[in-house]
Design a protein around this ligand. Structure first.
Ligand SMILES: [Zn+2]
Length: 386
């Protein structure tokens, strides 16, 4: 136990797991699927109120392209200089009503279930609580802190990316409150993520009377799919997933069109360049079929460079002082907004949120026991980074 935070002085604010959980559950209670701007804005209202009521300077940037608003909250201390950027998202993948049907809030021993509790309302609240603790203690941090609440991370942050990158470049460190992994590990590297769309255009014909005149776009695409999937190379950390397909107009028509959507993950920039070139350079097997390839990187690879490694070592030392061993995951295939900030060379630690399991599923939950140590780690990071 950290004796500084647990003196018997009864008036001193404490970091209390029940208190943290109560706050997390209030945020979880406001359902906020990415594509429902009104719902995400209800969540933004709540965060704006909570941050504002403890003295943060809150700026609300109106949503665009049908997404919710983005919130930026800054400590009243530290001026305009570069400091710490704490990155959270307030959207979830769970549709409205999940909380009343497939994913009700419930506690079963150490597990606490709820929509988005793990990804990432738990983590977003932990950072809020750590900041609130500082305010209640009357303690300022050496660096100013900017909190960013992104409304559409779960769909790739299309409208927030620019703001995230601008804020990252204006700060010295980025702390991302995405969920912890595999028994409390944090994230210091992530694969890059690309989306590609391939469209084959063949020639339609009657499947019975004039079969030989047709050029099947589906047949062409079937070959392309196998070629793409075969580019998966686990040893090199490369994966391809053809996740969606559409094509054809009728069982008795040689299909003139077929489109696929492809997700690619790569571990580093060299591999990214090599594989993007290969995909964008694909040509049709059948010379009578036209193949169009579009798309590219959505999130660049987040690589554990020296600065990230030393930031991790610092966090590890703080965790040991608090009383637990902090590890990082090897490399994760899941992207986050941390990819954007790390790729700009700003030291980024990710996965600082609550530990748990089942992100994006109907059994999504956090481990209650992780709330207190994670909050303390966030607090100590905010207090010690200079
Ligand atoms: Zn997330």
């Amino acid at each position: 136990m950290n004796d500084k935070n647990n003196r018997s002085d009864s008036n001193e604010p404490r970091i209390d797991a029940e208190d943290i959980l109560a706050g997390v559950l209030e945020w979880v209670g406001i359902e906020s699927p990415s594509h429902d701007a009104a719902a995400v804005n209800r969540m933004a209202d709540r965060v704006q109120h909570d941050m504002g009521s403890i003295g943060a300077h809150v700026e609300r940037i109106p949503g665009i392209d049908g997404f919710g608003d983005l919130l930026k909250a800054r400590t009243p201390w530290g001026g305009d200089g570069p400091g710490i950027l704490v990155l959270s998202h307030i959207d979830t993948v769970h549709p409205i009503g999940s909380i009343d049907s497939i994913l009700p809030v419930r506690r079963e021993e150490d597990r606490v279930y709820g929509p988005g509790i793990y990804d990432m309302k738990g983590g977003a609240y932990i950072a809020y609580y750590a900041y609130r603790h500082l305010v209640r203690m009357g303690v300022e941090t050496p660096l100013p802190i900017t909190f960013l609440y992104v409304p559409e991370e779960e769909v790739g942050s299309p409208t927030s990316r620019e703001i995230i990158e601008r804020e990252a470049l204006g700060n010295k460190y980025v702390l991302v409150t995405e969920p912890a992994r595999d028994g409390g590990k944090i994230v210091t590297s992530r694969k890059g993520v690309a989306d590609f769309h391939l469209t084959a255009k063949g020639r339609p014909a009657h499947a019975g009377a004039r079969h030989e005149d047709g050029r099947s776009a589906i047949r062409e695409m079937a070959k392309q799919i196998l070629r793409l999937e075969e580019m998966t190379d686990y040893e090199r950390g490369i994966s391809f997933n053809v996740g969606m397909i559409e094509g054809g107009t009728g069982i008795n028509v040689v299909p003139a069109q077929c489109t696929i959507h492809v997700d690619m993950r790569v571990p580093d920039e060299a591999t990214q360049n090599e594989m993007c070139q290969r995909v964008l350079g694909l040509t049709a097997f059948d010379e009578d079929v036209e193949l169009e390839v579009t798309g590219g990187m959505n999130r660049p690879p987040y690589k554990k460079d020296e600065k990230i490694a030393s930031l991790f070592e610092h966090a590890k030392t703080l965790a040991a002082e608090i009383g637990f061993e902090l590890e990082d995951v090897e490399i994760t295939g899941g992207g986050s907004d941390g990819n954007f900030t790390a790729a700009l060379g700003v030291p980024t630690l990710d996965g600082l949120g609550a530990d748990g399991h089942g992100a994006h599923s109907d059994y999504e939950h956090i481990y209650y026991s992780s709330l207190e140590p994670r909050t303390k780690l966030m607090l100590r990071l905010l207090q010690t980074l200079t």
